[in-house]
Design a protein around this ligand. Sequence first.
Ligand code: ADP
Ligand code: ZN
Length: 638
Amino acid sequence: MAEINNKPKKKIGFYWIYIVLIAFFIGSIVFSSAGSVKETTMTELTKMLKEQDIEKIELINGKTAEIYLNEQGMRKYFPNDTKQTFGKTPNYTLKVSEDRLYTKVDEAQQGLSNPIEVIPVERTNFWGEIIGWTPLLLIIVFWILIMRRMGNGGSGMGGGQIFSIGKSKAQLYDQEKDNKTTFKDVAGLEEAKEEVMEIVDFLRNPMRYTRLGGKIPKGVLLVGPPGTGKTLLAKSVAGEANVPFFSISGSDFVEMFVGVGASRVRDLFKQAKEKSPCIIFIDEIDAIGRARGKNIMSGGNDERESTLNQLLTEMDGFGTNSGVIVLAATNRADILDKALMRAGRFDRQIYVELPDLNGRREIFEVHMRGLKLGNDVEKEFLAKQTPGFSGADIANVCNEAALIAARKNKDNIEKQDFLDAIDRIVGGLEKKNSVITQSEKKVIAYHEAGHATTSWMLEHAHPLVKVTIVPRGKALGAAWYLPDERQITTKEQMYHEMIATLGGRAAEQIIFGQISTGALNDLEKVSKQAHAMVMYYGLDETIGNVSYYDSTGQQEYSFQKPFSEKTAEKIDAEVSKLIESAYQEALRILNEHKDGLTQLAEKLIDKEVIFSDDLVAIFGERPWKQEERSFKRNETTA
Ligand code: ADP
Ligand code: ZN
């Protein structure tokens, strides 16, 4: 979609400043050369006066005498100097005080028949003044340049930002000119689409609603993780209703200058009202919409607060029928200021979640529309291979697959290209040439086989799809699991996952009798999970049904823990107990299945990649069927 940059085009060239500066210097040089008149002395002057060589004397500003010779004087003092012009410019100057000049001139001409008089002249020295101001001018120029930098956020684009710093940075997508985004481009998200349908209807046909006195929401909050299509959904609402779409990110309001955010909000709404009916989309609204006031630590809050206040004022200010609807996106509705959610503001929330299997298949469908596909590409299969992927990730997979196929000079994109693309996006780019010694490879193989074996043997751990020891990005090896799409996790499930995560290190311990640093990731994950179990989910018996989770997000800023020292010690003890017992369990399982573990690891060393089929061949089918769970989001707790 082509973007129309709606930034005001009021650029002021900064070249004029340089030009003016250069002019100053040239001017000052010209001036000072004009002033390069010979200086004379009082004795000389007295002599000239006595001999009547002088046409006139001007006293400039009471400080400098300018002496013009007459013809006789010219002949005497500049007999063959053609540069000296007679009568037009002074021939001599003399720095002298007013009183002294008058007395001396009178004295020298005593007894002369037609004495000359001193003519006082007031003259402002334009260039001299300017030169005096130059340092200040330079400071101002530098100040403007620095401001410009700041206004740009260092991006170095565009000029004249200081003059438009209070303008909103919103981008305008005009539906008539650009390719429209419509609901066709948004896969899945059925519920969300249904909810926004009403807005579309209102924008298309506002009379129908206002006639009956109905109130249409002014603000709708789209809540969900990044890349799930919130922007896309907002854009498609504008596309369906055929109205202009203003897009801006919450962080665009926040500048280091006080009052800028508020003025940008004002400007945005002013622009929007001119284009009404239209949609304003504010991405990352949490950047300005965090709960106010409770946050003592950081001083930079006032600016954000005033921005937020301005936003609230604007939303309250326009009537329900003004036709401007604000859609805002965030992935943390819980930390937003409650005032934002009040009636008449963002009183509606629409959840945009990561797509499930079905959703992913549809998203593949949307993004495969323009692609030339081989016969072996199955969307169903690909959707199964991409658990946890967001819409943006899937769009990325499709694009990457096309690039991979193109690199291989293929005529169409095949299943393998998609699989390679998925691998690439999961684990970063494959690095076949990174050097790994044979013994390192062995350690990695046993480590990964440890994960695979433990998770295979545990009912509630995620079953494995694929393991590789081909290094990707920073990870030395990787295992892919198929998480069932569950929304509620039981204590047992979490515990089993911890065991499987520790399986890597346990395998190293059993086979090599020593452990390595390669398990950092695993340990981090396990520690976090154990903490969450004890502190947040109330899954630990000693600590009991207490949660120290703070859904308002305020706790991040306070130094104080919400529990006592004694409880802290207990929590630490429980966390280590939990991790230790999971580790012992991993050791037990691996000792029991040491043969299988070894077979698996050897196969890994041999083939570098193994799939679940290989695990079935070694261990036999898992006795548990993977349960298909689908809870509605309202029932989830975490
Ligand atoms: P968000 O605003 O939630 O971070 P975006 O709307 O910017 O996510 O999504 C980024 C890209 O991902 C979109 O441009 C689109 O290509 C793709 N995408 C995300 N969700 C979907 C979806 N449900 N259907 C089709 N494409 C999607
Ligand atoms: Zn590991």
